[in-house]
Write a protein that binds this ligand. Structure first.
Ligand code: MN
Length: 503
């Protein structure tokens, strides 16, 4: 469902005719080598395609226009190996809508102390050429990522790779459709938001469907389809005794498979990249979709419970960003605390819908009562999450802007088994500590729903927020509450002046 190698970032070099055709030929050859090295780098998930050395305003304008309409192009990497008078770039950049990365590099890593002459200087003068290039982008108020260092450096390639992932997710959002089955969980505020504003800012549409539209698809599922899914469940998961072939709850398992097949058919027919549902509107469905949602997320669909379309879209974007990396990504909710003074932790889970890409080992497939919603007992995958670094991200509509909030965490193993907890879960220590992190999260108006990931990094989300032009607040090991509150106030003024204040 997600294949980043189908996508391209275009590499273009800025130059001019001052140094003669031989210098330009050498620059083109050098640029090809830089682009080919980035293209072959394991740290960069998309293709990197060298386009041209740009020396005239009309070339820059034409290239920018081409980049905006090329279906596989997700962004531009620019580099000015020499002084490229940047008034030449104004008309091109003014219209460019693609994400940009300014690679501030130099073809030769080292100064050749014994042989350096003016020919070397002419071919290796990004030190000032890229400053001119930077000025015009700042003058035009363009968001971009600036990466500094030699192009063969692993850290430089990592930074470029993170941006490519963000650019790919941004590309993926444009034209994407997210489906809401039913509306919001009644009276909940943070899962609401301006869907028109989101469409304008993010490029995706969110539309509502009646749960009856899904029920039609579930009704058309054949027994053979159910059999095939049940066989797949048996191959991948450890079934609890009541769900096994002769077990008393086998019917519940088959019903869950029927719902999954129907949901797949419904989402496929609509071309959706993600969806929401709500336990308050399940007319015609026997169970709240559990394993169905879990497995659809594992296939790359975004999901938000209780009508949470912002989180569904965010989870999808994080699935794209984390594609091919070690570690999974899931819809998540801060559920309950361990407030022990020495080991303060958060237990994250949901009623059912946690993605098995974050499972440690083979998930168990179980059936238990839900306690709310008044439906039959839903079938769900139950598992723990492996220890290691991770993060939670959420997206809120603040009235005059969207705010992204990120908290870095360390996932830890539970002190003791949780034999009676009937849901998948992750246990983490927020950075810098639970008290600071939770206070900052709450002061920022952070949602209880998040996208949780052990693959996506803060850098990717920062690049994504920059591309999207939205506010980003990060809670990490350096966060101090007093400074965080000042940042909230400063941002209020900045975004207020940009977009207007709200009461
Ligand atoms: Mn919830």
């Amino acid at each position: 469902m997600i294949d980043l190698k189908q996508l391209e970032v275009w590499f273009v070099t800025g130059s001019q005719h001052l140094y003669g055709p031989a210098a330009l030929q050498q620059v083109a050859a050098n640029s090809r080598k830089v682009a080919a090295t980035l293209d072959a780098s394991g740290a960069i998930p998309t293709r990197v395609v060298f386009k041209s050395v740009l020396t005239r305003p009309e070339e820059v304008a034409a290239l920018c226009q081409e980049a905006d309409t090329a279906p596989r192009c997700v962004g531009l990497i620019t580099w000015c190996h020499t002084f490229s008078p940047s008034k030449m770039w104004i008309n091109g950049l003014k219209r460019l809508r693609q994400p940009m990365l300014h690679l501030h590099t130099q073809f030769n890593r080292d100064i050749p102390w014994a042989s350096i002459d003016m020919d070397f200087m002419n071919l290796n003068q990004a030190a000032h050429g890229d400053r001119e290039h930077g000025f015009i982008m700042s003058r035009l108020r363009l968001n971009r990522k600036v990466v500094v260092g030699h192009w063969q450096d692993a850290g430089v390639q990592q930074q470029i790779g993170a941006w490519c992932r963000a650019a790919a997710a941004w590309h993926d959002w444009h034209g994407a459709a997210f489906c809401r089955l039913g509306d919001n969980m009644r009276h909940v505020a943070v899962t609401e938001g301006d869907k028109v504003a989101a469409h304008i800012q993010f490029g995706y549409s969110v539309n509502g469907y009646g749960v009856g539209d899904l029920v039609q698809h579930v009704r058309h599922v054949t027994d053979a389809q159910v059999d095939a899914l049940v066989r797949d469940y048996e191959a991948r998961y450890t079934l609890a005794a009541p769900l096994r072939k002769t077990g008393p709850r086998r019917d519940a398992l088959r019903e869950a498979a029927r719902i999954e097949a129907g949901l797949r058919s419904f989402l496929g027919t609509g071309g959706f990249k993600g969806f929401t549902d709500t336990f308050e509107d399940l007319h015609g469905l026997a169970q709240l979709p559990g394993i169905a949602v879990q497995r659809l997320m594992a296939d790359g669909y975004g999901f938000g419970a209780e009508g949470d379309w912002k989180t569904a879209a965010l989870v999808r974007a994080m699935k794209v960003m984390g594609s091919g990396l070690k570690g999974g990504t899931s819809f998540m909710e801060d559920y309950t605390y361990h407030l022990h003074p020495k080991t303060s932790q958060v237990l994250g889970a949901h009623m059912l819908e946690i993605c098995p890409t974050i499972a440690k080992g083979r998930p168990a497939l179980e059936v238990h009562p839900l306690g709310i919603g008044g439906k039959a007992d839903p079938v769900r995958l139950v598992f723990d999450t492996p220890p290691g670094p991770g993060l939670n991200a959420s997206l809120m509509d603040m009235g005059n802007r969207f705010r992204m909030l990120v908290n870095e965490v360390d996932v830890v193993a539970p002190e003791k088994p949780l034999p009676k907890l009937p849901v998948a879960r992750a246990l983490w220590k927020p950075k810098p500590d639970l008290k600071t992190a939770a206070a900052a999260w709450i002061l920022a108006g952070g949602a209880h729903h998040t996208g949780f990931s052990q693959a996506v990094t803060t850098e990717m989300l920062e690049d994504f927020a920059e591309i999207a032009g939205i506010e980003l607040l990060v809670i990490d090991p350096q966060t101090r509450l007093r400074e965080f509150k000042q940042q909230l106030r400063a941002n209020e003024v900045y975004y207020g002046l940009r977009h207007g204040f709200v009461n």
